[in-house]
Ligand binder design. Structure first.
Ligand code: ARG
Length: 562
């Protein structure tokens, strides 16, 4: 229930605008002072009275409602104390339909394309891809919860001159035995070697260009190798995606748009939006204080932007999106502003529906893993190490636990994902294994642990047969704090969706876990009279359901035991 909305209906102001009052109402942090407060300062001028007097007068005229226990005027604020029994009954009643709690239909009939992860073929799947993969996956789940239809797109980087280099390197130093066995790391090795050798022998660069031209012309040998590199990459990244429980609806990468660029360019020329500058074809953006959007190079080659423009047009045609999101590092901010502006100039009115969901950089804490210059930190290695550390902790805490490996996988991988989601996404983060795996910190292991604690209480509880849960057990601060938090879960989901900000859910879950643990330590849940226990168990179950769904929305598993 939206308590603010309900409270707003109780106040008979001369200013007859419930919306305004709803917006003015604020949550009180300290439950001793009440639950919601209405600051009366804004009305002083109009009513020609001091806020203190106004608050006092209003306190007397507030309409009665079963959810309000009492109202108090304090220093120009009108403080509402909710009836905690009623709050319990209402909130827990709403969460009962666990699956639906938080679901909404605001997205019904609308499609959102999310371009995320978008790795590059034959290049490392490294820690830098964590942000886009985790944020994209979480947004996908959040919007699905809000009723949108989602098209998750891995816009593969599978085009460009680097494939010519890779072919040359492969022919000189590669073989299928090593590469089938060593995968991406092996491809990376010969690719790096190419650059070292090309320094000494520039002819290699020329050879690479020729091979890339052959790929473009559809030469069979070149294409076969290209497809081989692609397969090696995809087989390997799919294993990582499985661990992260990330799925895509489309893998249409850059090469998919090869045959879609010419028709687009033709259209742009007809509309006279491109021009030739220094032999290259561009869209001039000087009126917008941006460098031009380069579409065709002097030598006739297309660019990243050309393929992205073709991809945008294709997505609109194919999916008729309501919005198209690009979860890509903040470094590409200018690039996306150029791209969106170019689309707008080209006359696509839907350019306004494109959003660059940018995020900051992840770096590793010194010494936590080899980050020496030029050394790639592979995402799988980070996951492995986190899982290993989680397993160590579990071994220390409860060596006899069943299913330890599985739990460690869910905790370790979850902790890495959570680290990419718990801060405002624009913020740069320094990743530390010890910090993200701290079971008592503001971490996902802490949230998962709280969830497992709820499960364990519920498991121990005997089936209580009661017709009438006794909500009077919620007559204390810890209960009402927790109940009010559970109550705002749906709002948090919409807010996270509106702001493209999974961190809103991540932080919310930390609050819920902390509030629950406080509740848990101060209330005996099992063993009281049946009706009371029933009410408390409802609260535990609701907390468990909210945490489980919240973690799901972040792309993190919620083990039953830990
Ligand atoms: N593959 C690119 C990179 O690693 C990201 C692609 C993002 N998506 C896009 N449509 N441009 O930088």
């Amino acid at each position: 229930m939206n308590f603010k909305q309900r409270l707003a209906t109780l106040i008979d102001f001369p200013v007859k605008d419930e919306r305004e009052i709803e917006n003015l109402l604020m949550e009180i942090e300290d439950p001793k002072m009440g639950d919601f407060a209405l600051p009366c300062f804004k009305f002083a001028k109009e009513l020609r009275k001091s806020p203190v007097v106004i608050a006092n007068e209003f306190a007397k005229t507030v309409k009665k409602d079963e959810i309000v226990e009492k109202v108090e005027a304090v220093n120009g604020y009108l403080n509402f104390f909710l009836n905690r029994e009623k709050v319990g009954e209402i909130v827990l009643g709403e969460i009962k339909t666990a699956d639906n709690y938080g679901k909404s239909n605001i997205g019904n009939g609308k499609t959102i394309c999310i371009d995320y992860s978008s790795i590059n073929i034959a290049k490392p799947f490294h820690i830098g891809h964590l942000g886009t993969t985790a944020i994209g996956n979480s947004l996908k789940r959040i919007y699905t919860e809000l009723g949108f239809k989602i098209v998750g797109i891995n816009h593969l980087g599978d085009w460009g001159t680097q494939f010519g280099k890779l072919i040359v390197a492969y022919k000189l130093w590669g073989n299928t035995v090593d590469i089938d066995g060593g995968g991406l790391k092996e491809l990376q090795k010969i690719y790096v070697r190419f650059h070292v050798e090309a320094e000494k022998n520039p002819a290699l660069e020329e050879e690479a260009r020729e091979w890339f031209a052959k790929i473009e012309q559809g030469n069979r040998e070149a294409l076969k190798l290209f497809e081989y590199f692609k397969k090696i990459t995809l087989d390997e990244v799919k294993k990582v995606y499985d661990r992260l429980d990330v799925k895509f609806d489309s893998w249409d990468g850059e090469s998919f748009f090869n045959d879609k660029m010419q028709p687009l360019l033709k259209e742009l020329r007809q509309k006279k939006v491109t021009e030739i500058s220094d032999g290259a074809e561009i869209i001039d953006l000087s009126a917008y204080d941006m460098p031009p959007c380069l579409l065709v190079k002097k030598d006739g080659a297309s660019l990243y932007a050309t393929r992205d423009m073709a991809a945008a047009v294709y997505r609109k045609k194919t999916y008729d999106f309501y919005k198209c999101l690009y979860v890509v590092a903040l470094q590409q901010n200018l690039y996306f502003r150029q791209l969106f502006k170019a689309l707008e100039i080209a006359g696509y009115d839907w350019a306004k529906d494109m959003v660059h969901v940018a995020y900051g950089m992840v770096s590793l804490e010194e010494g936590s893993m080899s980050t020496r210059k030029g050394n790639t930190v592979w995402l799988t290695d980070v996951l492995d190490k986190a899982v290993e550390k989680a397993l160590n902790t579990i071994n220390e805490k409860s060596p006899d636990k069943e299913n330890k490996e599985q739990i460690a996988e869910e905790v370790g991988v979850g902790a890495v994902v959570f680290s990419a989601l718990c801060n405002n996404r624009m913020k740069d983060i320094v990743f530390s294994f010890d910090r993200v795996l701290n079971f008592d910190g503001e971490t996902s292991p802490y949230i998962q642990y709280t969830h497992a604690r709820c499960c364990s209480v519920l498991e121990k509880a005997e089936e209580t047969k009661t017709q009438k849960p006794d909500y009077s057990v919620f007559n204390n601060e810890e209960s009402v704090v927790l109940l009010k938090l559970l109550n705002i879960f749906p709002e948090k989901i919409s807010e996270a969706g509106e702001k493209y900000e999974p961190s809103i859910i991540a932080n919310y879950l930390i609050d819920v876990a902390q509030a629950f643990n406080k509740y848990y330590f101060e209330n005996r849940i099992l063993g009281d009279d049946n009706d009371k226990q029933a009410a408390r168990l409802m609260l535990v179950r609701s907390t468990k359901d909210v945490i489980a769904k919240g973690l799901y929305l972040l792309g993190i598993k919620a083990p039953q035991k830990m």
